[in-house]
Design a protein around this ligand. Structure first.
Ligand code: DC
Length: 217
């Protein structure tokens, strides 16, 4: 089936763009970050250490994770709100750094791509999970713009909140980019889109045009 890969750092607009794109195409949308968050939450709930690669991979293998457009269910329980908590956000980069955890989740993501046309967002989709994707997009934006968007999502655009978000995003970028297993990086054949000064509609229009150019004729 056909995959559009949307990768990039936190706050670049991946989820908003991927959701809008999936709606426009009538395809599935898979937020792979939600899957890593689900494993991090389960580890916190069951007292598994975020450094224990073997236990975490075992946990990931056991969990039934359903990342639907409306909700994220783990073993049938809706954890959509809990996976966005500060505690999970602080832990998830450590969980996602383990190669064994990544291979369990990447295999599931590849199974989804075999079954349906999908817009898949994450950090390593174009480079590792779906190297044959019809289109690979790498979304970026300035740290300031990403922090401002995150602060507004949290309901506060004041300078102190934006600064705190910028520091947190920079730390997460560092963790995601410097890990040995599938670090965050644009695939060599990705279309890089800087969303700092673009609207969601601009970005979606640009991606749809790129997809059409690759799949028509
Ligand atoms: O996109 P997000 O903030 O929900 O991602 C949560 C974490 O999971 C983040 O630290 C990056 C990591 N992640 C990853 O390593 N690979 C993916 N394909 C998706 C997310």
């Amino acid at each position: 089936m056909t995959v559009v890969a949307i990768d990039g750092p936190a706050g670049a607009g991946k989820s908003t763009v991927a959701r809008a794109l999936a709606r426009a195409l009538g395809w599935l949308h898979l937020d792979t970050g939600a899957m890593y968050r689900a494993v991090a939450l389960a580890a916190l709930d069951s007292g598994v250490d975020a450094m224990d690669e073997v236990e975490l991979a075992e946990l990931a293998r056991r969990l039934d994770i359903e990342a639907t457009p409306d909700a994220v269910l783990v073993d049938g329980v809706d954890v959509s709100a809990r996976i966005r908590s500060a505690e999970v956000t602080d832990t998830v980069a450590r969980v996602a750094a383990h190669a064994r955890v990544r291979s369990v989740l990447a295999a599931r993501q590849q199974a989804v791509a075999r079954a349906a046309d999908v817009v898949m967002e994450g950090r390593d989709i174009g480079a590792t999970v779906a190297p044959g994707a019809a289109l690979k997009v790498y979304l970026t934006a300035s740290l300031k713009a990403r922090a401002r968007r995150r602060a507004l999502e949290l309901g506060s655009g004041d300078a102190a909140t934006v600064d705190a978000e910028a520091a947190a995003l920079a730390a997460r970028d560092r963790a995601d980019s410097s890990r040995r297993a599938s670090p965050l990086a644009a695939a060599p054949d990705a279309v890089v889109v800087d969303t700092t000064d673009l609207t969601v509609e601009d970005v979606v229009g640009r991606v749809l045009a790129e997809l059409r150019a690759r799949t028509d004729g």
